[in-house]
Design a binder for this molecule. Sequence first.
Ligand SMILES: Nc1ncnc2c1ncn2[C@@H]1O[C@H](COP(=O)(O)OP(=O)(O)O)[C@@H](O)[C@H]1O
Ligand SMILES: [Mg+2]
Length: 361
Amino acid sequence: MSKISIKNAVKKYGENTVIPNLSAEIGDGELFTLLGPSGCGKTTLLRMIAGFNSIEGGDIFFNDTRINDMDPSKRNIGMVFQNYAIFPNLSVRDNVAFGLKNRKMDKQTIRNKTDEFLNLMQIMEYADRMPSQLSGGQQQRIALARALVITPDVLLMDEPLSNLDAKLRLEMRSVIRHTQKSVGITTVYVTHDQEEAMAISDKIAVMNAGVIQHIGRPREIYQRPKNVFVATFIGRTNLISARIQDGELIFADGYRERIPALEKAEDQEVQCSIRPEEFIICKDGTEGIRGTVKECTYLGLNTHYYIDTDEGDTVEIVEESSIEDDLKEGQPVLLKIKREKVNIFDKAGNVNLVRSEAYEK
Ligand SMILES: Nc1ncnc2c1ncn2[C@@H]1O[C@H](COP(=O)(O)OP(=O)(O)O)[C@@H](O)[C@H]1O
Ligand SMILES: [Mg+2]
């Protein structure tokens, strides 16, 4: 098993710099996800780790071994891709056994190891079938068994679920998660799907334009995103302008809240990120952001609202449904915020002013 250290890695395609300077530490046995919009450089970085891309600057280490120039076949990695790349002319068993035969292991070892992973991935009953007789999810299990059977030090997965339908994606998420944990293998997982990343990862690196914006546990990234890009890419949120004065957060129409974490912040204009569940809708009172109900949708457990504020924003709010009737469209309301939860960024959106030191590691 291996930890992976990426130090100041640079990737250029000709004159085009795709990754300017990227560093990350991936712990032994960790499931580490690269998450970001299409074209941000996730596959490029994964291929650098695998050895299929050259590295134009910096270093990559597996434990203490620098692997920049090591041949891909020597890196002892398992890989799983979106289009599984299983061999259509080999049976399920022979697909899984492929890497072991390549390594010239003896027949009995190959048999035992192959059985172990056919069982682990719950595809033993299909061992003698051809892959075309299996569903997409089962084919992806073959790909995973084939990648793991060679006991790689590192597992690399590039959008492995994106060809599956929604129900299978959910099922395979937990298959991957449980398999990765039971085998204990260091895994770098690429996806553009933030919910998938939240569900399976120990740590997530949120990327944009070849730059890691934030590395953290799913909870940290959701609750205390480092900047506005991360706040808006992970989950849903409302951005509202406000200002800080003497440690208080003040909205345009005068509603103010004292936020303990802001006591030391300088007076300034800010962008406030308030997630749909971080508002409290009040029907009466005097305090709050003033607005009017635009739309209510009853969804059983929750009710989903759009509220037009007097300042001209439309905000999205989710509240647990109450027994009584919903609010009426056109009804005036006051919106309070859950002040422990909201995030407040500088005007440019680069710095989270309420990130506690506990997260700065
Ligand atoms: N072989 C290549 N030659 C030139 N440019 C490439 C090559 N592969 C990827 N790129 C460019 O690098 C950027 C990152 O691509 P990629 O790593 O595939 O993004 P992602 O996997 O995050 O969607 C894109 O702008 C893409 O066009
Ligand atoms: Mg990609």
